[in-house]
Write a protein that binds this ligand. Structure first.
Ligand code: FMN
Ligand code: SF4
Length: 438
């Protein structure tokens, strides 16, 4: 099995590796662009700088889905990171769509706890915006800890794998899907009341809304044609825009493509599923833009089957390709979408892989117009003031994320998730207990 240690001691080492593989990863030593303010698409909001925090699940809520002290600590750290915007982790819109018993879920009963969390984020960040990510976990639903998938269609790439090793996988009815817009509406209403500045209608990673987009073989109103497959997603965006657009801007965490063979992947070329079909993708993004989405946070693949595609890493599980290739794929396809949609604030992902060189790659991508914003996920777990350090040119590599995947391992155990390497006091004992059985 090939391994890909992070053998870049200098920026020139990284440049040499990029050139040797003819990759399109941009690098700029001029970091000034990172501190430039920018309008967030057509939202009317202006961001202070080009770095934001990605949505990162912490699985540390109470059983009723309310933020705990540990949750508050994470969001306070994000607020003080120097990033210009926060983005909440996945918040379940209904109990049956919750991915585990400690995933966020916003309800009338726990609204005050969300208000406290958002108020604190605003106060500690000096008034920066934060987006609420609305989700239904679909095939990864496990509201009480054990898997209870709700799928739109059978998918042999998942069914009977370690993720879905159960006999009966229920395919949801159209009538069930008809009930979802109201659930998204109610959750968005509460998120707005809690003070979130933006609402993310999430469609990625093969959770429910992401899965709808590839329902090629499903019968009925939610399957087959482009119009049917995108009906639920478009309907929820439309309702969110019409109901709350005057109070919160609209965003989406969006799979540019699923990188899965036909008929299981959205946005994939039928000749080669590893290549995006920009005709289909652009058709949907045009509709998203027309419906009022001003910010799209790009991701691709699914962390369950293809983590190397959406979070290139140095360690953890089988790594089927040089992570630089994964970074290149993410950066170049994101750039293609940004080129086609210059008015949308596109957010790039996967940059934590670059460690101390991440500021230079982020600056290169922004400067060359490949993306408007760069988000950081794992880096935000590891390095509390990462954005300030990147902008000031004072990045300390001893605080950097090393993409070891230990946070993902913790997440897979459904326990409180964070960085056991750089935030040891809290997360190392949890990692030892739940991942190493010590
Ligand atoms: C532990 C963990 C939890 C995550 N939780 C979410 C989530 O709730 N919603 C989401 O859209 N992406 C989630 N992601 C994906 C990240 O937002 C991000 O796209 C990914 O980590 C790549 O960015 P990075 O290289 O800066 O880490 C998660 C990733 C990790 C490692
Ligand atoms: S555990 Fe920490 S160092 Fe490892 S990938 Fe996660 S955030 Fe990065």
């Amino acid at each position: 099995m090939a391994t890909y240690p992070f053998n870049y001691h200098t920026l020139d080492d990284l440049r040499t590796a990029i050139e040797a593989q003819h990759l399109q990863i941009p690098v700029s030593e001029d970091l000034s662009v990172l501190s430039e303010s920018i309008p967030l698409g057509t939202s009317g909001v202006t961001l202070d700088n080009r770095l934001i925090v990605h949505p990162m699940e912490g699985f540390d809520t109470t059983e009723d889905g309310a933020p705990t002290e540990l949750t508050m600590r994470r969001y306070d750290r994000f607020a003080e990171s120097g990033a210009s915007m926060g983005w909440s982790e996945a918040i379940a819109v209904c109990l049956e769509g919750r991915s585990n018993a400690h995933q966020m879920m916003i309800t009338k009963d726990n609204l005050d706890a969300y208000k406290r969390m958002v108020d604190s984020f605003h106060e500690k960040s000096g008034g920066k915006p934060i987006i609420a990510q609305m989700t239904h976990s679909g095939r990864f639903s496990a509201p009480e800890g054990t898997l209870h998938p709700l799928v739109l269609y059978k998918n042999p790439l998942f069914d009977k794998t370690k993720f879905h090793d159960i006999d009966e996988i229920p395919v949801v009815t159209d009538e069930y899907l008809d009930t979802l817009p109201e659930k998204y509406h109610n959750a968005a209403e509460l998120a707005v009341e809690a003070g979130f500045d933006g609402i993310d209608v999430k469609a990625c990673h093969k959770y429910l809304l992401g899965e709808t987009l590839a329902a090629y073989e499903r019968e009925g109103r939610y399957g087959g044609s482009f119009e049917n497959r995108t009906r639920l997603f478009r309907g929820i965006i439309k309702d969110t825009a019409e109901s709350f657009g005057n109070k919160a801007f609209l965003a989406s965490r969006f799979n540019l493509y699923d990188a899965m063979e036909y008929p299981y992947g959205f946005g994939c070329s039928r000749d080669d599923y590893m290549v995006p079909d920009f005709e289909e993708i652009s058709r949907l993004v045009t509709e998203m833009e027309n419906l009022g989405i001003s910010c799209i946070n790009i991701t691709m693949g699914t962390p369950y089957l293809t983590p190397h595609i959406n979070r290139p890493h140095t360690n953890g599980g089988v790594i089927p390709e040089d992570p630089l290739i994964g970074c290149d794929r993410m950066i170049k396809y994101t750039a293609e979408l940004q080129k086609r949609f210059p008015k949308i604030a596109i957010v790039g992902a996967g940059y934590s892989f670059f460690r101390e060189f991440a500021p230079y790659v982020a600056a290169g991508a922004i400067k060359s117009g490949m993306t408007t914003l760069v988000g950081f996920g794992r880096m935000a777990f590891a390095y509390p003031d990462f954005a300030t350090a990147m902008m000031n040119g004072t990045f300390d590599k001893s605080k950097s994320c090393i993409t070891c995947s230990k946070c993902t391992e913790l997440m897979r155990t459904h326990h409180s998730t964070g960085c056991p390497i750089r935030d040891q006091e809290i997360y190392l004992p949890l990692y030892r207990k739940y991942c190493q059985g010590k």
